[in-house]
Design a protein around this ligand. Sequence first.
Ligand code: AHM
Ligand code: MG
Length: 355
Amino acid sequence: MADTSSQSVAHDRTLDRDCTTLSRHVLQELQSFSMEAQDLSAIMNRIALAAKLISRRMSRAGLVEGALGFTGNVNVQGESVKKMDVYANDVFISVFKQSGLVCRLASEEMEKPYYIPENCPIGRYTLLYDPIDGSSNIDVNLNLGSIFSIRKQEGNDIDGEARDLLQNGRKQIAAGYILYGPSTMLVYSIGTGVHSFVLDPSLGEFILSSANIQVPEHGPVYSTNEGNFWQWEESIRDYIRYVHRHEGYTARYSGALVGDFHRILFQGGVFLYPGTLRKPEGKLRLLYESAPLAFLMEQAGGAASTGDAEILDVLPEKLHSRAPLIIGSKEDVALVKSFIQDRARESREGLQIAR
Ligand code: AHM
Ligand code: MG
């Protein structure tokens, strides 16, 4: 006779898992049905909708007219804009219209924050986002991402300059990313650990796949664009020489920060985008790339630094400020920092440290 009790336990587990959707998870994490918990749950639900829309377009991009290639415009960062960048940027705006949740959105693709006036009287949240991270991967069908961060509006923002956003990363109340890979995943934190969800296309829902993710203390991966070696400061070159000369390291670099970060979050290691000769502040933008990922990494027990300061302590001077980024397992970030500190000490004291 069939063992119906063990069958029903397995059945319950599957059902339980399938029912842990993103919006339910937010409420569970906050252990409350307060207004703020309901708002955050609704915001995450809208972000999930944006993720589904972007993922749907990407999955057929090679077949759809006008999905791939450049628009011919250059954005505020001086980078050529791709059609998918514009599409994804607009999707995030659209999903928040008439939501009463988000008053302002600020993104890599827009010089100034975008206001949704009908939301502003009640929606006191701001969404900061990079609609498509790793744009160079679009036309070759490789992994891409979106990054988001949520902050509360402080003050009245009377002149529409959103100056209250120029505060450090500890002001974030939630952050996360979407990874468009073999499956579409959403990883988020509201300050209660880091949790990942997989989009189940048959349900059209993000279902919890890993709760309370912890990054290993140390990992084998170092992830950086070594083509910039000639442009780096000597301390970063010292670190790279070190990993070249020691067993147990492996290089992985996809050209999309979200993908590289995701690997390190699960397997350990370090991602670096240091300052270069051409870009002394590095390439990555603080408010909607580095700070949200630093928020996640700290929640997962890892670290994020510019080399001199913790990313979450850095004050952006403007909306699109950049900062060098060293992020990942605690031990690996500390190792990179030790090379930076050694060189700083050397130049302070006029020393020559033997390497
Ligand atoms: P993007 O948001 O315009 O795509 O730029 C960010 C991307 C990151 O995903 C990635 O780590 C980095 O830029 C790659 O830059 P590079 O080509 O200089 O290595
Ligand atoms: Mg980006």
